[in-house]
Design a protein around this ligand. Sequence first.
Ligand code: NAD
Length: 319
Amino acid sequence: MVSLGLRELGGTGLKVSCLGFGASPLGNVFGTVKEEDAIASVNEAVRLGINFFDCSPFYGDTVAETVLGKCLRTLPVPRDQYVVSTKCGRYGGGVFDFSADRVTASVDESLKRLQLEYIDIIQCHDIEFGSLDQVVSETIPALQKLKETGKVKFIGITGLPLKIFNYVLDRVPPGSVDVALSYCHYSLNDKSLIDSLPYLKSKGVGVISASPLSMGLLTPQGPPEWHPAPKELKDACAAAAAHCRSKGKDITKLALQYSLSNPDIATTLVGMCSVDQVRSNVEAAVAMSQELDTELLQEVESILRPVKNVTWPSGRDDN
Ligand code: NAD
């Protein structure tokens, strides 16, 4: 099998697999996951060339970090062979706290749960729910202090509205934010991240794109109950999935092939929790350009055209 490509993550010097392992499902947010399945999935991911794992204390209210930590302990490779990112500032129970004290304590708590000595990338999680000015003046400086201690290697910001990245990156000292994680904006139904790529590149920021399956909308089984998309978007994605099924095709594969094909996006995170998912996602990633079914892509894009770039509100009104 051809191996999974590695791409440079901005100016970090890290080389990450173009397909990354989203660990939110390990927090049981898409359904219950047995610990043995989690361990097998993470090991299979590494065996097949995935070297990037993304988590957050928010996923399953710390459960995902604890489970990912157990999984990482079982890996037969040295620590420097994989990259772990987690987050701070967003917690279970609807709590957001981007204060310096909280994020500093949060990193220690994450290190313990993940059973790691350092976190490769610490990201301020969904900053549109906090004060962006606080993120600029307090959160990022606090994380920089942690960088000096070696507890974290790189700093990132995440969120849904793309304009939050410009707000922060225009105000922090150059080089103080290493990566930006955008989600649900580079997929078959929403391609709006494309317009932000030149700006992010000009800031030297590595781009991580998450949720190429639009958090389950572009899967045969459909999204979880809590999915925030408006009904017209859910219906259109369900119609697109049904169209693929009627042709004996898997919408997941098409969605991944589309989302992973842009070299300006260092890695694309997919939530995974079974060996079968890992295998089929790696297979789709490896097959990327050779086998893209352009006819099916056009048909699906035409079903999704009425809802192109439709998104949902996220965060505080003043951001
Ligand atoms: P996703 O679009 O990757 O969809 C995940 C869903 O698709 C899960 O139900 C999973 O079981 C299913 N799935 C995966 N592979 C499949 C396959 N081959 N066939 C059928 N179903 C399959 O959404 P996501 O998990 O929300 O996003 C991926 C990761 O990105 C997260 O785990 C997280 O690490 C990261 N993320 C971060 C943020 C943020 O920082 N704000 C937001 C969203 C996602």
